[in-house]
Design a binder for this molecule. Structure first.
Ligand SMILES: NC(=O)c1ccc[n+]([C@@H]2O[C@H](COP(=O)([O-])OP(=O)(O)OC[C@H]3O[C@@H](n4cnc5c(N)ncnc54)[C@H](O)[C@@H]3O)[C@@H](O)[C@H]2O)c1
Ligand SMILES: [Fe+2]
Length: 400
């Protein structure tokens, strides 16, 4: 068996792999952005910028760093919106879009985690075509290109800087709107390790586990293919090697820089080979009980891997190597060792094992509610093991 799943049958009869986002990486990269924009034909004239961020990121001094980087340039940051709430919401998007219209904005700088980047994508849709976020819900509903979004991630998880998705909460219906469109890929993803230096260790762990979940789900989903597998495999290796160090030591460290790159690579993998049941459960838990997205994934991940084992032994056995499992053995033994390695990494980074530890009631009612919401999730369709609602319910009970 080849480690990069060489003998795994290709499940997709045809492969469409797409990645239009330019990836810029480097220590101090932020400083050279104005010059790099100036020589990019499509960005040289988009000089009316809006900085979208949130209070936590601004309090960490990062918004100030972006303003300084652009201070002496032709690019004018005309307005800063730092009211993005956790998981964002429709009202925040509408408010920011009004500001963008007032200031004639033609470039969006999204500085933050997934909440901010998803907000900026939705704001740019409204700034380009008007209307409300709900008008664009679903797939392929955005009519054409949007004003450029340059994503500067400050967490190490979501991959939103390279994905075609924006998810924002609808406060009234208490659900998340999913907008998915090839026009939502950011124009550029800027990975500057200075931007994750201040991320609290707990959030490094949670968002890092989100990236690991993207890798493992992309590698084994029904749509897996060798291009995404290669990215997901390498991202898994980099996360296994660097997450613990990145959690312990703050600063613009090499471990955090590698986590940033790994999260982006995992993002490219899953935007082409979608995530599955872990995300279906995590989205449900996040919407119902307000558990952080990365944490919600981290808790469900090993349980779903056990559930999927019958369909994924080859994939998990290959990923065991990426997770630094040293021993040899049968495919099934290696696959189980991979799941154990995920649990071990979680324990070394202090990530809780069950939802009841993070405020979800350990009741049959909660299990039923989570299962019903997870059954509605689109990503469940890409999960490698097809099961009944009763089987999913039993799986959810284990996670509580
Ligand atoms: N579009 C996609 O492809 C995609 C994929 C996965 C998740 N998501 C979405 O992303 C959101 C979660 O994003 P997230 O996990 O990045 O967390 P987040 O953006 O909600 O940020 C979490 C917290 O960390 C703080 N923070 C962020 N960076 C910091 C830094 N460098 N220093 C100090 N504090 C910092 C923020 O202020 C915030 O309080 C969810 O809404 C989820 O649905 C989107
Ligand atoms: Fe995710």
């Amino acid at each position: 068996m080849g480690w990069i799943n060489g003998n795994h049958p290709i499940s997709r009869p045809d492969i469409l792999f797409f990645m239009p986002t330019e990836i810029k990486f480097g220590f101090g990269k932020l400083q050279s952005l104005p010059t790099e924009f100036q020589i990019a034909p499509d960005l040289s004239q988009t000089t009316h910028a809006m900085l979208i961020t949130d209070k936590g990121v601004a309090a960490a001094g990062l918004a100030e760093k972006v303003k300084q980087a652009f201070a002496e340039s032709d690019y004018e940051i005309r307005v800063v919106y730092d009211e993005t709430p956790a998981e964002s919401d429709v009202n925040a998007v509408k408010q920011a879009a009004r500001l963008a219209a007032e200031h004639d904005i033609n470039l969006f700088l999204a500085l933050g985690g997934g909440s901010v980047m998803d907000t900026a994508k939705a704001v740019s849709i409204l700034a380009t075509y008007g209307g409300e976020p709900g008008d664009y819900e679903g797939g392929f509903m955005v009519p054409g290109p949007i004003k450029p979004v340059v994503a500067i991630p400050t967490t190490v998880g979501t991959g939103s800087e390279v994905t075609l998705v924006s998810m924002v909460k609808d406060a009234e219906s208490h659900r998340k709107l999913l907008i998915s469109s090839p026009f939502l890929y950011p124009r550029a993803a800027v990975l500057d390790p200075e931007m994750v230096a201040t991320l609290p260790g707990k959030l490094v762990a949670w968002t890092g586990m989100d990236a690991l979940t993207h890798s493992i789900e992309a590698y084994t989903c029904t749509e897996h293919e060798p291009i995404s597998e290669a990215l997901a495999f390498r991202a898994t290796e980099m996360i296994a090697d660097n997450l613990e160090k990145a959690v312990i030591e703050a600063g613009p460290t090499e471990a955090r820089a590698k986590m940033q790159l790994a999260a982006t690579m995992a993002g490219i993998a899953f935007t082409n080979s979608p995530v599955g049941a872990v995300h279906a459960i995590a989205h449900a838990v996040g919407a119902l009980y307000h558990v952080h997205h990365g944490l919600a994934n981290a808790i469900a991940l090993p349980f779903v891997m056990e559930y999927n084992l019958s369909e994924c032994a080859t994939g998990y056995a290959a990923l065991a190597k990426a997770m630094n499992v040293a021993e040899n053995g049968s495919e099934e033994a290696l696959a189980k060792a991979c799941i154990a390695a995920v649990r071990n990494l979680k324990s070394r980074t202090d990530v809780p094992t069950h939802y009841s530890q993070v405020g979800v009631p350990k009741t049959e009612e909660a299990a039923q509610k989570i299962t019903q919401a997870a059954m509605e999730e689109l990503c469940l369709a890409f999960n490698p093991r097809k099961g009944t609602e009763e089987e999913l319910l039993e799986l959810v009970r284990q996670t509580l």
